[in-house]
Design a protein around this ligand. Structure first.
Ligand SMILES: [Zn+2]
Ligand SMILES: [Zn+2]
Length: 238
């Protein structure tokens, strides 16, 4: 039997974990091939100011003044992303940063569709697509809506199989009822991998380029993720 090959499209560094991680570790334990594709530069984080311009940091009890330009800040976030993927068990050569990625906050549906097709085209045209379920309420991040919407549109055009779309629990609180979402409960081994991956966003080692950008920006989201760890998904328009 052919192996399942699935591409997980993460709008920002950390979405591969907090929104898609339960699916990624489950497919890896099933022996499937997993690619992860980052779709923006993650450059709009408010942490940039905190780390660079001497904003106060309660966590480290003081101020930070690291001379990071936009490229260095994105590189620091990319490092956390790669480390998170590595800890989930994704082989390094399948942890991708799309050459077509958008500036953070500027991902259009059109560009997202290009990113999806480009990755499939270069690595596995028959691959399946997994990303975030677009929701038009709860103030979903527009980059998240764009990538989900792009996957649905490509499917409706017959260009990709039904995508697996993950509902953002952290966004709307509890699970909506009657929406046909399937619950993915990680095994204890998978939970250990997810927790280890979350810790990648807490690495504080400025001398090696790790600034814990993830935890400086959304510590509460990581904590909420670490306390449940399950995923909720649906396939295509079903
Ligand atoms: Zn995001
Ligand atoms: Zn700090």
């Amino acid at each position: 039997m052919d192996k399942n090959v699935t591409f997980y499209f993460a709008p920002h560094q950390d979405d591969e974990l907090t929104n898609l991680g339960a699916g990624i570790v489950r497919q890896l334990s099933a022996g499937d091939d997993v690619y992860v594709v980052l779709c923006t530069d993650g450059g709009a984080s408010s942490v940039k100011r905190m780390l660079i311009d001497g904003g106060g940091c309660r966590w480290h009890g003081g101020c930070h003044h690291y001379p990071l330009d936009a490229a260095a800040f994105t590189a620091a976030r990319d490092r956390e992303y790669r480390e998170s993927c590595r800890r989930m068990g994704v082989p390094a050569d399948r942890v991708l940063i799309s050459p077509l990625r958008s500036p953070d906050g500027g991902l259009s549906v059109e560009q997202a569709a290009k990113i999806i097709l480009d990755a499939l085209d270069r690595f596995c045209p028959d691959g399946r697509v997994a990303t975030i379920l677009p929701v038009y309420r709860c103030h979903q991040n527009p980059d998240h809506t764009a990538i989900g919407e792009a996957a649905l549109q490509l499917h409706r055009q017959g260009r990709i199989p039904a995508p697996a779309l993950f509902f953002e629990q952290l966004l709307c609180g509890k699970t909506p009822e009657g929406t046909g979402l399937e619950r993915l409960d990680p095994t204890s081994e998978e939970r250990a991998r997810l927790l280890d991956a979350a810790a990648a966003y807490r690495i504080w080692s400025p001398e090696t380029g790790f600034y814990a950008v993830g935890y400086h920006s959304v510590a509460d989201e990581f904590d909420a993720f670490c306390s449940d760890l399950y995923g909720l998904l649906k396939y295509g328009d079903r």
